[in-house]
Design a protein. Sequence first.
Length: 307
Amino acid sequence: MSGQTLMWVTFGLLMIAMLAIDLGMNRKAHEVSFRQALTWSIIWISLAMLFNVGIYFFLGKIKALEFFTGYLIEKSLSVDNLFVFIMIFGYFKIRGEHQARILKWGIIGALVLRALFIFTGIELLTTFHWMFYLFGGLLLYTAWKMAFGGEDEEVHPDNNLLVKLARKLFPFTKRVRGDWFFKRRNGLLVASPLFLTLVMVESSDVLFAIDSIPAIFAVTLDPFIVFTSNIFAIMGLRALFFLLSSVMGMFVYLKLGISFVLAFVGGKMIGTAFGIFIPIQFSLLIIFATLALAVGASWVVARKQNG
């Protein structure tokens, strides 16, 4: 058995075990405490780093650096995505105990979507060289929009095609009554606003994937590294949401830092198309330093504002 085959098997077994544990512990709607969110965040980050150690020993230093860089990019983009989730839950007036259930199924759906996007994207890039320019340009556009496009503090479900389709297919109750998505009433299948919120979260993740997956393609086109680093970051998203949701306002410079990272990897992807290759060590240094500076500057500003 080759080193990469062994790591694929390890990854698959680890994901199956952790999904079973996570789903088994979260069958009923409940409020996720800060302590529980912190514990699960530590568990997921620790598992990712242990897996990275395994990559180092079985696949080498470069692959380990690629995994860590991809994980760092996806994790930082996930933090920015949490702002949107907060606005979605606020719009639909979803309480904390129901937020955990929506995020659980949202993440499961995201795993399937990310797998489809990743393997399709790699096939396109390896088949059509000009896709490097397209993906690189997309990242540069996203970086510019994130840095200078202004803040949109509202969500607009009425403009969402999937939400419109869901409303045509199912009658919805006006209020949340229990933790169910669907229930049969008088022979009619009725949907809860929880399902509408889930549709909004899933459609938002499609847009997030358009940013985050090409960003990792700028690091490597190895399907194993791209997929595993992305999935490890996604699996810890729910715990990260409840860990940081109450302090999101502190990260005032994070969006600017992420926009710089996106611009850097977009430029790196276009440079690759021209035969200009940036070493993974330098890329990791730039990304890590940018995110550390953004978080550090945000912390300093928050301290000054709080006296």
